[in-house]
Ligand binder design. Structure first.
Ligand code: ADP
Ligand code: MG
Length: 260
């Protein structure tokens, strides 16, 4: 059935008024892969991501996650099942330290439950210590130890991106969606970010589904790469293959002058 694909997009369509943003799209992301999604602006990539992540409901089609039909499930339910997307550090968290930003991620940690606090203080303490330990591990993994007590709002753009990535490591993520995570990040930090995504994939077994405009980053990280244009999947393969495919060159440089 689903083989070892973590996500299966089956015949998904989405209209906005008269505009067909995603048109009968089907694709798979294999477990353990870093799969790229590219295409010109307006191709429907973000709309498709929003449908996969549960923030938009499709008109038609199914989303199968880890063998289970999750079509139309709310984002927090998908989060609990291990389907995550990164978010910019929210405004209200900028006055918390980097470490604390990681610690607020685990959903329904025992300490948040009044009943547990009241009845089982030892259990609560242990759980909070586990969260703290996990947060420190993530900080170490991302080599952010020197800024772990800095307010998140004071971190550099690149450090914030790493922290966003780090938040996905606080829970058991089976799939992480990255939508243009490299936007506005300079070359050096981009390398750092890419290296960390690679390490999360190779060392920790994370599966990534990545929308990215930076073709060098896609070429470095992603195999396979899926190409969307006008709401449809038009090709899939290795980046070399994609780069040499005349149909794709046409989609980028022909009908659509804006290079994605
Ligand atoms: N909420 C929305 N309402 C109306 N049109 C939208 C909405 N979101 C996206 N679109 C349109 O759908 C198409 C696909 O957009 P999008 O998924 O953002 O493409 P991409 O991420 O590939 O650039 C575009 O024409 C865009 O203008
Ligand atoms: Mg987009």
């Amino acid at each position: 059935m689903s083989g070892n694909s973590i996500i299966e997009v089956k015949n998904i369509s989405k209209h906005f008024g008269g505009l067909s943003a995603v048109n009968n799209c089907s694709l798979k992301v294999e477990s353990g892969s870093i799969t790229g999604l590219i295409g010109p602006n307006g191709a429907g990539k973000t709309t498709l991501f929003n449908i996969v992540a549960g923030t938009l409901k499709p008109d038609n089609g199914q989303i199968i996650f880890d063998g289970e039909d999750v079509t139309g499930l709310a984002p927090h339910k998908l989060f609990k099942k291990g389907l995550l997307r990164t978010f910019q550090i929210a405004h209200e968290f900028s006055n918390m330290s980097a470490l604390e930003n990681l610690m607020v991620v685990p959903d329904k940690q025992l300490g948040e439950n009044l009943f547990n606090n009241w009845l089982r203080p030892s259990l609560v303490t242990r759980s909070n210590l586990e969260v703290l330990q996990k947060a420190n591990e993530v900080i170490d993994f991302l080599k952010l130890g020197h800024v772990k007590n800095e307010l998140a709002g004071n971190l550099s753009g690149g450090q914030k991106k790493l922290l966003e990535l780090g938040r996905t490591m606080m829970v058991d993520a089976k799939l992480v969606l990255l939508d243009e995570v490299a936007a506005g990040v300079n070359r050096t930090l981009l390398n750092d970010l890419a290296a960390n995504i690679e390490r999360m994939n190779k060392e920790l077994g994370y599966t990534f589904f990545v929308i990215e405009h930076d073709m060098d980053l896609i070429a470095r990280l992603c195999d396979p790469v899926i190409v969307m244009a006008s709401g449809e999947v038009m090709a899939e393969g290795g980046m070399e293959e994609i780069r040499n495919n005349p149909k794709i060159i046409e989609a980028y440089f022909g009908s659509s002058p804006k290079v994605a």
